[in-house]
Design a protein around this ligand. Structure first.
Ligand code: AMP
Length: 290
């Protein structure tokens, strides 16, 4: 496995692979790799000849009171996981490499970043689109693989690539969960045993909502309120529990009859840890199979 920490060397390796007619798949990550990330690597391998994984904790997507400095970092273990899953190129730049002195440019996607996580994390998506644009520009033409766990991020990145005519195909892969339904996340490492037990109300609420949504003539507001109540009664602090258009991410009116396809998305705090999860009705299976 090649390991690069400069854009120049990473780009040269990607150019070389393409010159020998190899297709590249890029999996951008912030490290602390878990089985969810590794499922993306396997999905990437199925779609390309060379898999590149970037490991970079991106400071610009964290707000001033968020967890940038304490975000879990485990580079050596991550590199070993990459080797073990057949990654060809690991890109592990420093903050200075990605944001050199004097840099002043940001990439912003408008309307769809104002909903859901954008409401309480105002700088988040600008940081995400900026770093993903930089990573894609460094990599060049590729397939870029993202998880549906961060559904809004996936949709925003798709929009950015289309709008900026980037030579990239975006692929979104299903959320990987623990046996009990909790979505894998690097932030689960912060959870106490009690908070983890409370967090299980998230996949439970989503599973119940999926069933509820399938019953005819259900109103969006009934499903949304049931999710909210389920989370609160488990002791979580709800940031949002929303039913939204699955493409544009606009919240739906409570009075709307539940459509065939819609996003049900949650962000909630277990203790001080903010967790997100979602399902798309009409596309995803229930997080907890009963
Ligand atoms: P992160 O390191 O959290 O920035 O995530 C890097 C990529 O892994 C993103 O595309 C995430 O959506 C994806 N990812 C994170 N957790 C999961 C999961 N449980 N299942 C599938 N993909 C995931």
């Amino acid at each position: 496995m090649l390991i690069h920490d400069t854009v120049e060397a990473f780009r040269a390796s990607c150019d070389e692979a393409r010159a020998s007619r190899k297709r590249i798949a890029l999996v951008p990550t912030m490290g602390a790799l878990h089985a969810g990330h590794l499922a993306l690597v396997r999905g990437a391998k199925a779609r390309a000849d060379v898999v590149a994984v970037s490991v970079f904790v991106n400071p610009t997507q964290f707000g001033p009171n968020e967890d940038f400095s304490r975000y879990p970092r485990s580079l050596e273990r991550d590199l070993q996981s990459c080797r073990d899953t057949g990654v060809g190129i690991a890109f592990t730049p420093s903050v200075e490499e990605m944001y050199p002195q004097g840099e002043q440019s940001r990439v912003r996607v408008n309307a769809m970043t104002e909903h859901l996580c954008g409401r309480t994390r105002p700088v988040h998506f600008e940081g995400v689109t900026t770093v993903v644009a930089k990573l894609l520009n460094a990599c060049g033409q590729c397939v870029a693989v993202f998880g549906r766990k961060d559904y809004q991020q996936l949709k925003v990145v798709e929009r950015m690539c289309r709008d900026l005519m980037m030579p990239v195909e975006i692929v979104g892969l299903p959320t990987v969960r623990e046996a009990d339904g909790l979505a894998l996340s690097s932030r689960n490492a912060y959870l106490s045993a009690e908070d983890r037990a409370r967090a299980l109300s998230i996949p439970r609420a989503l599973s119940e909502a999926l069933l509820q949504a399938r019953v005819g003539d259900r109103r969006v507001g009934d499903v949304r309120r049931a999710v909210h109540e389920r989370l609160e009664s488990a002791g979580l602090r709800v940031d949002y529990a929303s039913v939204a258009d699955a493409d544009h991410l606009e919240p739906m009116d409570d009075a709307t009859i539940f459509p065939e396809r819609a996003l049900i998305a949650i962000a909630a705090f277990a203790g001080t840890t903010r967790l997100i999860d979602n399902v798309v009705v009409g596309e995803d299976p229930p997080p907890i199979m009963s």
